[in-house]
Design a protein around this ligand. Structure first.
Ligand SMILES: O=C(O)CCC(=O)C(=O)O
Length: 315
């Protein structure tokens, strides 16, 4: 029997259909009502809403938060079932794709989701696409993906850094999304961020951290990296972290089983300088996977056309 998806405003409208077939419900009402429905009917699964509008658009407050602090933590964006499926597919890719491996316990591949017929849908799904359109604007572009397992160093940390450190003068917004497959807390590998460090004056003051040695932070600020003031984005599977690529971030206490999928996006490249900035990080058209380059999906086409335009123009 097929599964139906019902968006609800009134309880009466769906009870009949629930009796007939397994039903997934996207509920706009309170969590209490959703729970009561699950209790009443075996074949109902209630999804918590990601926004009160019934869409995946960020609220004005979330947009303000991103602008001011440079990050968002979106809770329970994916259901446990979706995360189980995602984890399975990630594991398959990790077993079958040759990767850059810096050690027995480290595995990484970029591009990553481009190798999967299911994971490739992540960026066009409303839950990712709509927030990216809000934060990056029309014509935003695909910036590639990564799959990572384990730690690239023996200290199981990633010292403070910005992925686009020193390029702040470009004011060219680029975003990274982290989908972690394990729960993480402050001392066990959760991503730490320095709120507001994507703003030019603050960013510039932190640039000495870019050296990323074990004693860099102590040398610059008199405090070990693990003791710098920050916000820790503790996550459980299903949560999603969104951060500005200029933001300073770090990780301490990575655990043995630690995996994530990263999705990257950028604002529409308006100038040659923007495109060259993408090229410097292998986010230009030359790295576009064939399945994206030739996709007929309107959202994918929109996300690659800026790159293809500059490729034609500049080679
Ligand atoms: O391992 C993580 O959670 C963050 C990775 C990171 O800092 C980076 O890719 O720049």
């Amino acid at each position: 029997m097929g599964r139906s998806c019902v968006v609800l405003t009134h309880i009466e409208t769906f009870i009949h259909s629930c009796r007939k077939s397994p039903t997934q419900i996207y509920f706009r009402d309170s969590d209490d009502n959703g729970k009561a429905l699950e209790d009443m009917f075996d074949n109902i699964h209630v999804h918590k809403p990601t926004s009160v509008t019934g869409t995946n658009m960020l609220s004005a407050q979330q947009v303000n938060h991103f602008e001011a602090f440079g990050f968002l933590l979106l809770r329970e964006l994916y259901s446990p079932e979706e995360m189980a499926e995602l984890s399975r597919e990630v594991a398959v890719l990790m077993e079958t794709q040759p990767a850059k491996s810096d050690g027995p316990d480290f595995w990484s591949l970029a591009p990553f989701i481009e190798h999967s017929t299911t994971l490739i849908d992540l960026p066009v799904d409303d839950r990712i696409y709509q927030p990216m359109e809000q934060l990056l604007g029309n014509g935003f572009t695909w910036g590639g993906s990564e799959g990572v397992s384990g730690s690239f160093n023996e200290t199981n940390d990633h010292q403070w850094h910005s992925d686009r450190g020193g390029q702040i003068d470009l004011s060219y917004r680029r975003i990274k999304i982290m989908i972690y497959l394990q729960s993480m807390r402050k001392e066990t590998g959760a991503l730490r961020v320095i709120p507001g460090s994507h703003h030019a004056p603050f960013h510039t003051m932190l640039l000495p951290l870019q050296e990323q040695k074990q004693d860099t932070s102590a040398g610059v600020f008199g405090a070990a990296g693990g003791d710098l003031p920050c916000t820790t984005l503790e996550v459980d599977p299903g949560d999603v972290v969104v951060f500005d690529h200029y933001l300073f971030h770090a990780v301490y206490g990575k655990q043995e089983m630690r995996r994530y999928v990263a999705l990257k996006f950028a604002a529409k490249p308006e100038t040659e300088v923007h495109y060259e900035a993408l090229r410097a990080h292998r986010q230009d058209a030359s790295t576009l996977h064939e399945s994206l380059r030739h996709s007929e999906h309107p959202r994918v086409k929109g996300m690659v056309e800026g790159l293809l335009h500059w490729e034609t123009k500049l080679g």
